[in-house]
Design a protein around this ligand. Structure first.
Ligand code: TRP
Ligand code: SF4
Length: 332
């Protein structure tokens, strides 16, 4: 039996951090043996909010590829590609845009949220409104069965199914209806206790050097009620403790006990974490640094993956054009 198809993507908006890793990338790595996987760099999607500043776009594209590989995505197992190198995505996006009602896009919760949050940018654009339509084209192009995404992306996946249904209804059955793949994600807060996010400046990235990571750990926010080591602590409100849960699995209960009993000081606790975190972070950091020493090689890998993706995309577009009855019956 042929394997089910999995597809997911990430925007090249800067260095991958631990929040991205445990929220998504870590799961992608584990899916590679069981499924036919397509993972891609969504550079057109980066333009939907970042069209005015494209200075770092290429650099971010190549460094995202380095992060992907350093974290365990394997170009020999999965098709890893760049969206803008597969222009068929734009054609499918265009055909979908002909029949998606505006109201479907306007009522999308991510659309409304982002308009409110990104007040400093003018994203009242046609492209930004069409974000989920382009995402549907990405997914349906490869006839994906499953899309591993976080909860925030569920409305986009729902919309993708609606778009597939509408297309199938208008032109005959062409697309499957992809399902989300919700795998358990480990939750890591940022170094200040809020959600880890670049816009809060509270991330730990694979681009950070081991020394920077150590400093960030030593500056992490802990239980504010603890002043002296002997004060009983509340590990459940402490971001250091949330990290221990992920990185010190064997010891974390003991750490919690010692904190509550006032037997361990925060400095000591952070030093322990810095050690554990380094075991995980340093090898990935070194691998990514080494990969980035040869950007031409990374570009070559991106080109190869994109050529593989394109073979599928060209086939899908033949079916799509035939279904829509657009163009010539015997097109060259
Ligand atoms: N919207 C996704 C994000 O912001 C990125 C993305 C673009 C994507 N196209 C996709 C994810 C297709 C899954 C499938 O993270
Ligand atoms: Fe947090 Fe550790 Fe300090 Fe407890 S001892 S408050 S878990 S840093």
């Amino acid at each position: 039996m042929s394997k089910k198809i999995v597809l997911s993507g990430a925007r090249p908006t800067g260095a991958i951090h631990l929040g991205n890793y445990f929220g998504a990338l870590h799961n992608w790595v584990n899916l590679q043996d069981k499924y036919d996987c397509y993972f891609f760099i969504a550079d057109w999607h980066a333009l939907t909010t970042g069209y005015a500043d494209t200075e770092s776009l290429r650099e971010h594209t190549v460094s995202l590829m380095a992060d992907f590989i350093a974290c365990g995505l394997d170009p020999d197992k999965s098709v890893i590609f760049l969206q803008s190198q597969v222009p068929e995505h734009a054609e499918l996006f265009l055909l979908f845009s002909m029949n998606i009602p505006l109201s479907w896009l306007e009522r999308c919760p991510t659309y409304k949220d982002q308009l409110n949050q990104l007040k400093e940018k003018d994203i009242t654009t046609y492209g930004f409104l069409g974000y989920p339509c382009l995402q549907a084209a990405d997914i349906l192009m490869y006839l994906a069965d499953y899309v591993p995404v976080g909860e925030d992306q569920l409305p986009h996946l729902e919309l993708t199914r609606e778009i597939a249904r509408r297309f199938n209804h208008l032109y005959g059955k062409t697309f499957p209806e992809p399902q989300p793949l919700l795998t358990e994600a480990k939750v890591l807060p940022g170094t200040d206790g809020r959600k880890m996010s670049k816009s809060y400046d509270n991330t730990i990235a694979f681009a950070d050097t081991p020394e920077e990571v150590r400093k960030k750990v030593m500056n992490m926010v802990t239980d504010p009620a603890r002043i002296r080591k002997t004060d009983p602590g509340h590990p459940e409100v402490c971001s250091v403790y949330s990290f221990h849960k992920v990185f010190s699995e064997a010891e974390y209960e003991e750490i919690g006990r010692a904190c509550r009993a006032g037997e361990i000081g925060c400095v000591q606790c952070k030093k322990k974490l810095a050690e554990k975190l380094a075991e995980f972070h340093t090898p990935i950091h070194e691998k990514r640094t080494k990969l980035l020493e040869d950007p031409a090689k990374l570009e070559e890998l991106i080109n190869k993956g994109s050529a593989k993706a394109r073979e599928i995309a060209v086939e899908t577009m033949k079916q799509v054009r035939a279904a829509v009855k657009i163009g010539l019956e015997h097109a060259e």
